[in-house]
Write a protein that binds this ligand. Structure first.
Ligand SMILES: [Zn+2]
Ligand SMILES: [Zn+2]
Length: 309
């Protein structure tokens, strides 16, 4: 299960109701802040998330509406918060701008009181553990090294208790070893293979996060069968020319991607002040009904829907 909290949902400039882009993804002990538009620190407080354990920030790209909040955030961390280390992941171009902002402005001429690691990333797996994997993929927008992120629970094979008991596997470490895929020999000499006590693999939840994007054709595969797809919808089709010019998507294009990729739920963000939310929703839902136009502080739980049986 992933929790998805939208902290800012506006495109390029804030509106009365919408702050600049920032989204939190929570999974187990992990907290990932994706992008950090101006004013994100106040949105973190308003959301109730606060700053605790906020030590990993992922950047989709280096445009100012997605990074300017980092200046204020690290300044606050350096004065008030007991956060010893902050890791900021992004493409090289985004990190160059962030480096200028943090080390050339906020901490100009002084040693930062907390460790700030700027970690350049490329498409591929960024981190994983036994049950979870985070990976990055290429997004075409404006500027080099724009990225999207896939959060995925690894598939797992359920432990079949009735089978284990029938085979005489006692409660205890033997069961753990079988779950990890190891063969065990019981006290009476019986050898039990994991396949005897594990069911077929059950897929986990998949959350795909795309920031600003100019094209959808290169995203169909990465978004395939996602339980949730988060993506921008900066323009409506009537201004498709402007969308092309600035490297953004229309609501219809975002919905077309969701449809082509067979996702379960589409979350549209990066909403322009020029449109009413209803118009964005109507254009997308005409193509992909399972669409939400998200608002600041919206909170969703992303789970793997059980297959119909
Ligand atoms: Zn943007
Ligand atoms: Zn952008």
């Amino acid at each position: 299960m992933f929790e998805l909290i939208f902290l800012g949902t506006s495109a390029s400039a804030p509106s009365i109701r919408r702050n600049l882009p920032a989204t939190m993804v929570l999974h187990k002990e992990y907290r990932f802040l994706i992008d950090c538009g101006e004013g994100t620190q106040r949105q973190l407080l308003r959301s109730g998330l606060g700053f605790k354990r906020l030590d990993k920030i992922l950047l989709t790209h280096g445009h100012l509406d997605h990074i300017l909040g980092l200046g204020g955030l690290v300044s606050t961390f350096s004065r008030w918060e007991a956060i010893p280390k902050l890791e900021i992941y992004g493409g090289t171009w985004a990190l160059e701008r962030v480096s200028d902002l943090i080390f050339g402005v906020v901490f100009r001429g002084v040693k930062p009181p907390l460790q700030i690691d700027l970690i350049p990333i490329e498409p591929g797996v960024l981190m994983e553990d036994d049950t979870f994997q985070l990976s990055a993929f290429t997004v075409i927008h404006r500027g080099p090294g724009c990225l999207g992120f896939t959060f995925r629970e690894k598939e797992k094979r359920p432990f079949l208790l009735d089978k284990a008991e029938a085979l005489g596997v006692p409660a205890g470490p033997e069961r753990g070893r079988l779950v990890r895929g190891e063969m065990v020999t019981l006290a009476d000499g019986t050898v039990v293979h994991p396949d005897q006590v594990l069911g077929p693999p059950v897929p986990g939840a998949k959350l795909v996060f795309v920031g600003d994007a100019a094209r959808i054709n290169n995203l169909v595969e990465v978004a395939s069968s996602a339980d949730a797809l988060v993506i921008e919808a900066t323009y409506l089709s009537k201004e498709g020319e402007m969308a092309r010019e600035y490297g953004h998507l229309t609501a219809a294009e975002a919905a077309t991607l969701a449809h082509q990729a067979g996702v379960r739920q589409l979350y549209l963000t990066h909403i322009s002040r020029r449109y009413a939310e209803e118009a964005v929703l109507a254009e997308a839902q005409a193509i992909f009904p399972q669409t939400v136009v998200v608002r600041d502080l919206d909170h969703f739980r992303i789970i793997k829907e059980k297959a119909a049986s």
